[in-house]
Unconditional design. Structure first.
Ligand code: HQG
Length: 183
């Protein structure tokens, strides 16, 4: 299987495990886990052909480590990025003093006016390195990176979580904690 085919399956997994499990008639439990056998069977019925070996390969090699198995390897979930309501079970954790958020230049004024909000997802997504933020911003056109005063927010009792793949999550970022960066 070539890289293009693997990316296609990975995107399909993001759809099924983060946004629309009903597309292939699978169910996620309250913590976002899907049964691996069920996922494989329903995906194949839907015409997306891959087996357990390929699934393990994708989970292991995915650049952003988007997916994770449970300890017994019979369940799989997305580590973050959901639009559907799941309880990922990450505990509140002290973030680094500074985190970054990449966005499109067209959203900057609105973000300055109302702060960062989670839009369709379950959290606002932040990264500890600026390169990741630039790459995330590029998905939205000309990229723009905000510095987020995460340490100060934490002192002010905002909660932060770190997903299994290292992405930092929080509920919202009021604009007073944002600084602008030109990239
Ligand atoms: C923006 C990808 C106007 C926000 C990435 C972002 C990430 C506002 C967009 C993960 C706003 C939402 C998430 C406000 C926030 N006014 N715009 N008040 N507040 N926004 O895709 O952070 O590849 O839901 O800046 O790598 O871009 O899918 O969030 O531009 O980790 O694994 O609203 O998705 O990971 O866009 O990306 P998104 P995101 P994957």
């Amino acid at each position: 299987m070539n890289d293009k085919q693997l990316t296609h399956i990975s995107k399909f997994l993001s759809l099924a495990l983060r946004h629309k499990p009903e597309t292939i008639d699978i169910q996620l439990d309250q913590n976002g886990w899907a049964d691996v056998e069920d996922l494989l069977e329903k995906a194949n019925n839907y015409g997306i052909m891959f087996d357990k070996e390929i699934l393990h390969h994708i989970v292991a090699t995915n650049t952003k480590k988007r997916f994770a198995f449970n300890d017994t390897l019979d369940k799989i979930r997305a580590s973050q990025g959901h639009s559907i309501n799941v309880e990922l079970g990450y505990s509140n954790q002290k973030p680094p003093a500074i985190l970054y958020h990449g966005t499109g230049e067209k959203s900057v004024q609105s973000i300055l006016a109302t702060g960062l909000s989670k839009q369709n997802r379950q959290h606002v997504h932040l990264s500890s390195d600026i390169q990741t933020a630039i790459a995330v911003g590029q998905r939205h056109g000309k990229p723009f990176v905000f510095t987020v005063l995460a340490g100060q927010m934490y002192e002010d009792k905002f909660e932060f979580y770190i997903a299994d793949n290292g992405v930092w999550l929080t509920d919202n970022v009021p604009s007073k904690y944002l600084k602008q960066n030109d990239v």
